[in-house]
Design a protein around this ligand. Structure first.
Ligand code: PMP
Ligand code: GLN
Length: 399
């Protein structure tokens, strides 16, 4: 039975409206931290180093290409798995970078953003009571996607403070219920990057099992100090059991365009597409053509690591004299800063206080742990212009 609420109708006459009884499907879930911190930053006119997005524009040529295809009339539905020319370009790039062959017809799917791609991949394979191993700290969309599909996330923490993967622990977590392992490299928020040894361990642990790997590689082009991206695509045994998720938003400074793609062997891609076709059907058409044109410019993604390394180095250099502890950052555009020499407040409280009182917004890292592990660390996005980085450093050095 529903309850009753009293409403004043437009006519001014009181009327009774029945409220529905609703049991939340995600009772423990609130609003994502990215929305919360961005709203708080805007409210207090603080520098938004919280949500991960560039504060500079994407290449003008890319915008020109979108306009071009819009004016040309490419404004209707794209084919469900993406426009063929873009899928071909993606397959060629993957072959060139990772020596992996994916069939653009059956194994490459263009999707409206990495988040949607992750959801579809999880939904395609996870059934009631299946376990999915998650490595924490973990991006916040993983757990709800697993739970909405009846699955059970099981957790292994990156060792703190080095953020290495604990393979012994993962080995112990694997059992007959393990449906998938979710990895993320380069890692948000830890800035960790998986090594060839990590991939060898993953290969060994999944050999002769039916475990699927969901490999979140949205920061594949942002690695520092000469490190190479360890895509699962490079490892045929891993690739044969993997969904690879990539996002154009990170690579082309276009997070607001929400477009990414998924690479997976045909058997997995077929199941993925069965879900995707009814969640979205297809992604934005003129933007797909524009990316296909712009991908000709290999320079853009081949120099992205150097572009962001310069920002990381500048930011680190400018806050060297502060009381924050600068943690290692090997990839992604996030810098973790420890503040235990400054305050013993919880990290959420600290992030809110810095936003309101000091005018700088960050993300408390405890939100990426199911048990809210609080190492007194905040995440700052350095995908920002020099002026923003300078202002941020000035504030941080005064704290
Ligand atoms: N995974 C990770 C680790 C991310 O940081 C992001 C960024 N939002 C995504 C997935 C999702 O990417 P997209 O913005 O394309 O949905
Ligand atoms: N990936 C970005 C981050 O980690 C933002 C994601 C979002 O706003 N949903 O901050």
């Amino acid at each position: 039975m529903g309850g009753f609420l009293l409403f004043i109708c437009e006519s001014g006459i009181d009327c009774m409206k029945e409220s529905v009884n609703l049991i939340s499907k995600l009772p423990g879930t609130g609003t994502t931290i990215f929305a919360v911190m961005t709203a708080l930053a805007n409210e207090h006119k603080a520098l938004n180093m919280a949500q991960g997005f560039p504060d500079f524009n994407c290449p003008a040529e890319l915008v020109e290409r979108v306009n071009h295809w819009m004016k040309k009339g490419m404004n209707q539905y794209a084919p469900m798995p993406g426009v063929p020319v873009l899928r071909e370009k993606i397959a060629q790039k993957t072959e060139k970078l990772y020596s992996a062959a994916y069939d653009p017809g059956t194994e490459v799917t263009v999707v409206g953003g990495g988040t949607l791609a992750l959801y579809c991949a999880i939904s395609a394979i996870v059934r009631e009571n299946d376990e999915v191993i998650i490595i924490e700290p973990a991006y916040d969309s993983y757990i709800p996607a697993i739970e909405l599909n009846g699955g059970k996330p099981v957790f292994s923490k990156l060792k703190y403070p080095g953020f290495q993967i604990d393979w012994q622990e993962i080995k112990k977590l694997i059992n007959f219920r393990t449906r998938a392992i979710l990895i993320n490299t380069p890692h948000n928020p830890a800035g960790m990057a998986m090594s060839a040894q990590d991939m060898a361990m993953l290969e060994k642990l999944t050999e002769n099992t039916d475990i699927v790997i969901i490999s979140d590689e949205v920061y594949e082009h942002i690695l520092f100090d000469g490190l190479e991206h360890q895509s699962v695509a490079r490892y045929p045994k891993l690739a044969s059991r993997s969904f690879i998720i990539s996002s154009f938003g990170k690579t082309y400074h276009t997070t607001g365009w929400k477009m990414g793609y998924v690479l997976a062997p045909e058997k997995l891609s077929t199941e993925f597409r069965k879900i995707y076709q009814y969640l979205a059907f297809s992604a934005n058409t003129p933007i797909q053509y524009a990316y296909a044109d712009f991908m000709e410019n290999e320079e853009h993604y081949l120099t992205l690591s150097a572009f962001y390394q310069q920002k990381r180095d500048l930011f680190q250099q400018m806050i060297k004299g502060s009381r924050f502890k600068i943690m290692d950052c090997r990839g992604s555009y996030f810098q973790l800063l420890g503040y235990d020499k400054i305050s013993q407040d919880g990290d959420y409280e600290m992030a809110v206080r810095l936003t309101k009182e000091q005018g700088i917004a960050s993300v408390p890292v405890s939100v990426f742990y199911h048990d809210k592990t609080d190492n007194k660390v905040l995440r700052f996005c350095f995908a920002k212009g020099e002026e923003t980085l300078q202002k941020a450093a000035e504030i941080l050095c005064k704290i």
